[in-house]
Design a protein around this ligand. Structure first.
Ligand code: D5M
Ligand code: FE
Ligand code: ZN
Length: 522
């Protein structure tokens, strides 16, 4: 099926306010006169229809086949290709869906359009950890105490069985020279005059200082530590019991033996983020190519679309941001985003969480969009949940988090351990700490709640973030970490700090194997 014809059909339907099932578009595109077929289909649609369904198209076209010759309605102009040259360069792991000859890494079974039909009964989509409507925080100091206590309790539970730990106040009273262990939050990290490291751990009873000697093998781990993360230390008490010398450190971590779940059939999910509609740099052509591609046979197994925040550019997010706005009203930005969502096939399930550019509170966890914004973004009936949330697709759990803490991980850790060039490695550290935003008080704003929603209580099969606008993926203890790039070309700010965004890519995950292929649309 020619991509241009389906692209044109999708545009045409979108401009008239309709969404369409993929199969419906395929069917229309393969009609002798697609434009006439489309007109007939629209004429016969029920008045309240929002989605053009394949059974309706089939019924309409077969009815009219018997009464008129193909193209008989034909006063409309025929379908011309867009004239847009969608060619793009391809990289090693990247496939260019618009190049002739395909070269698709996506497995296609058979080649007939009829096989693309999706049986909704095979799908399953569950949400966990959506805190929308659950916020209890009043912003009082006591809420901060509660959220850190919950963090220490729940992450500490992952460590307490592994060591013979004691509370901070009990350690102070133990005889000097003995073996000791403690589970706590990192309260402070300081280097000493002689180049050693002093780490203060805090638990519910108090604090205790731990010294990491610079020549010990664990010294290397100190540069990975972030304030407020939970870990355990084991070591030897000094003679006066005022400090302990670290022999081992333990992190909540992902067990190395973790075996991810996979789907029982060949089904795929597209993982994206950072659309930034409303920005002058929003790449609408790339987005439209992506949406059009989703209507093609090559994308027939893509049944889910996950969007990890920054749907729109927002207003007043950064200084002088208004100079780069294409749409200045935040609601208009969401209206426009909704139009772009409509181009996505109506039979793809969409899940989305907010990011720091979206119109929800900035402090994390961020509840899902309010009713007014849900109303605006309703055309595709997306599942709108909090940042973070876990979505389980056919048994495969995907932790979605926008990713603001990645800026901090990248700023605090040495280049080889976390960088914008390899954002997935920064994600590995969050997995190791079993927390999406450990450090409080920097870029990441924390909303005090009774419960710490940012903890990774269960091990996800996939961890999906965005925010840093760089594409990267890899596995950490069998968990697939994906940072999904963006749909916004380089902004003036990014130019000034040398951020070269990966814009216009869609990583596609096979849910049956957790393999990733990247489709390029820019
Ligand atoms: O963030 C996109 C990336 O760029 C993320 O790594 C933060 C960084 N960024 C972008 N603009 C700024 C300004 N003005 N200050 C600091 N950091 C910035 P996004 O959430 O899409 O803006
Ligand atoms: Fe962004
Ligand atoms: Zn962001």
């Amino acid at each position: 099926m020619p991509l241009e014809a389906s692209a044109r059909i999708v545009s045409e339907l979108t401009s008239r306010g309709y969404n369409a099932e993929r199969e419906a578009v395929t069917h229309l595109a393969s009609a002798d006169d697609p434009q006439a077929a489309l007109e007939r289909v629209i004429e016969t649609l029920p008045e309240d229809a929002l989605v053009v369904r394949s059974d309706h198209v089939r019924a309409t076209l077969s009815a009219s086949d018997s009464t008129s010759k193909p193209g008989a309605g034909g006063s409309e102009p025929g379908f011309e290709p867009d004239g847009e040259d969608p060619s793009a360069s391809t990289g090693a792991t990247v496939s260019d869906p618009t190049a002739t000859g395909g070269g698709s890494p996506v497995e296609t079974k058979g080649s007939t359009d009829a096989e693309r039909s999706v049986d909704p009964a095979l799908r399953s989509l569950e949400i966990d950890g959506d805190m929308t409507g659950q916020s209890t925080g009043t912003g009082e100091y006591s809420d901060f105490v509660a959220v850190f206590r919950d963090r220490l309790e729940r992450l500490g539970a992952k460590l307490r069985s592994r060591i013979n730990h004691r509370p901070a106040t009990a350690i102070q009273k133990m005889p000097g020279g003995g073996e000791v262990a403690m589970v706590g939050l990192v309260n402070d990290i300081r280097s000493t005059a002689s180049g050693h490291w002093l780490i203060e751990l805090e638990d519910a009873t108090g604090t205790f200082p731990w010294l990491v000697m610079k020549d010990r093998e664990y010294a290397d781990l100190v540069e990975e530590l972030l304030c407020d993360e939970v870990l355990a230390m084991e070591g030897t008490l000094a003679d006066d019991s005022g400090i302990a010398f670290v022999d081992s450190m333990y992190f909540p971590d992902i067990p190395r033996t973790h075996e991810p779940s996979t789907a029982d059939r060949h089904v795929q999910a597209a993982l994206i983020s950072d659309v930034h509609v409303g920005s002058q740099e929003f790449m609408h052509d790339a987005w439209n190519r992506f949406a059009d591609w989703l209507h093609t046979e090559q994308a027939q197994h893509v049944e889910y679309l996950l969007i990890a925040g920054d749907m729109v550019e927002g207003v007043g997010i950064y200084p002088d941001q208004d100079e780069e706005l294409d749409i200045v009203d935040i609601y208009d930005q969401y209206e426009a985003f909704n139009e772009y969502l409509k181009r996505v096939p109506g039979d793809i399930e969409i899940v989305m969480i907010p990011g720091n550019h979206d119109a929800v509170r900035l402090a994390e966890p961020q509840p899902g969009f309010d009713e007014e914004l849900r109303g605006i973004m309703s055309a595709h009936d997306p599942r709108i949940v909090s940042n973070p949330s876990t979505v389980t697709l056919e048994g495969v759990s995907i932790l979605m988090y926008h990713g603001v803490s990645l800026d901090e991980v990248i700023a605090e850790l040495p280049e080889e351990k976390a960088s914008y060039e390899e954002p997935h490695k920064a994600m590995y550290h969050l997995l190791k700490k079993r927390h999406v935003a450990p450090q409080f008080g920097g870029h990441t704003r924390l909303a005090p709640e009774e419960r710490d929603y940012l903890i990774m209580e269960d091990v996800p099969d996939i961890f999906h973030t965005g925010h840093v606008h760089k594409l990267g993926f890899g596995k950490y203890h069998n968990v697939l970490a994906i940072n999904s790039g963006c749909w916004q070309s380089q902004t003036d700010f990014q130019k000034s700090v040398n951020i070269d965004p990966d814009a216009g890519y869609a990583p596609i995950v096979d849910l049956d194997t957790l393999d990733v292929t990247v489709q390029k649309f820019s």
